[in-house]
Design a binder for this molecule. Structure first.
Ligand SMILES: Cc1cc2nc3c(=O)[nH]c(=O)nc-3n(C[C@H](O)[C@H](O)[C@H](O)COP(=O)(O)O)c2cc1C
Length: 285
């Protein structure tokens, strides 16, 4: 029996994101259990940028560690989030801001199968929501088996369009299926399957999902991308991810070596401008 974890980014109970996660589960051919986490309901504090999690567990006492545990225990992941103002809503970003905590667990997380769905209310207005979801899967060490955008504004509206049921069913079947052959889709990044690129100069691009640099090729009016991922790229191989973790850990030593120099730079800006006080700061006065 496989264990499937669904991370649902919507605060709306029985909203489109929740329905999609459950509909994917209904169509996964393999016997499985489904554990759902409604991200906006979870207490996930902001990252304190202390880097403790690279060496030990995160010192914050909130729901994050339980989410990590659920992720570690799962065999596959369904990630669904609504579009708010052209991106995945903040609940996903709150989770991902704590994502350095995933790094020490990459041995267990690496290549965990995942599918992702971005929900948007207005056709064409999904902005970079799909990119947010694909990046989240990658940063959790997951293997993306498929990702889609579906449209529907009112709760349940996504399934008034029967094509969306088909889309979701296809993702469900892909979840425990073979790894996708991204090379077969020329408009995608051949290294990771991402379809969002930043154009840096004529013909020069960078995949915004795996960060690989590359070139645009146009032949017979069709566009394709030739990317050149650095060897052992930290988004693409477990070895690369391990090396990135060691590089991050080394930051502590680099900080200690340059502490005095850095302090001089920072202190020069200490007394500039006035800060608007938060309600909490005002109360404490
Ligand atoms: C604050 C807010 C901002 C939104 N911004 C967008 C947007 O930029 N583009 C879009 O297509 N839909 C937008 N929507 C619509 C939602 O993406 C849509 O209603 C979706 O179905 C919500 O999913 P849910 O039912 O899972 O909550 C927005 C909704 C809210 C509440």
């Amino acid at each position: 029996m496989q264990k499937v974890l669904a991370l649902v980014g919507s605060p709306r109970k029985l909203g489109n994101s929740e329905l999609i996660a459950k509909q994917i589960s209904r169509h996964i051919p393999e016997p499985h259990s489904l554990l759902l986490i409604r991200l906006p309901q979870m207490d996930i504090g902001p990252c304190l940028a202390c880097y403790t999690c690279l060496f030990d567990t995160c010192p914050q006492q909130d729901d994050f560690s339980e989410i990590v545990e659920a992720l570690l225990e799962s065999d596959a992941l369904i990630l669904v989030a609504p579009t708010y103002l052209l991106s995945a809503n903040a609940s996903l970003k709150k989770l991902m801001d704590r994502g350095l905590s995933f790094y020490p667990h990459f041995q267990r997380l690496w290549d965990k199968p995942a599918v992702a769905v971005a929900v948007a209310g207005i056709p064409g207005m999904e902005g970079y929501t799909k990119l947010c979801l694909e990046s989240a899967v990658r940063l959790m060490g997951g293997q993306l088996k498929g990702s889609e955008v579906v449209y529907g504004a009112l709760p349940g509206e996504v399934f008034m369009n029967h094509e969306n049921l088909q889309v979701v069913e296809t993702l469900a079947k892909a979840l425990f299926g073979p790894a996708p052959d991204w090379q077969a889709s020329p408009w995608r990044c051949p290294a990771c399957g991402g379809d969002t690129f930043r154009f840096l100069a004529p013909h020069q691009v960078r995949c915004m999902t795996c960060s690989s640099p590359g070139k645009v090729q146009i032949s017979n009016g069709s566009i394709s991308f030739a990317v050149d991922p650095p060897e052992d790229h930290f988004f693409l191989t477990l070895e690369g991810a391990r090396r990135h973790l060691e590089w991050l850990r080394g930051m502590k030593q680099r900080f200690l070596e340059k502490k005095r120099e850095l302090k001089d730079i920072c202190l020069d800006y200490r007394n500039e401008g006035e800060w608007l006080q938060s309600r909490q700061e005002k109360k404490a006065m």
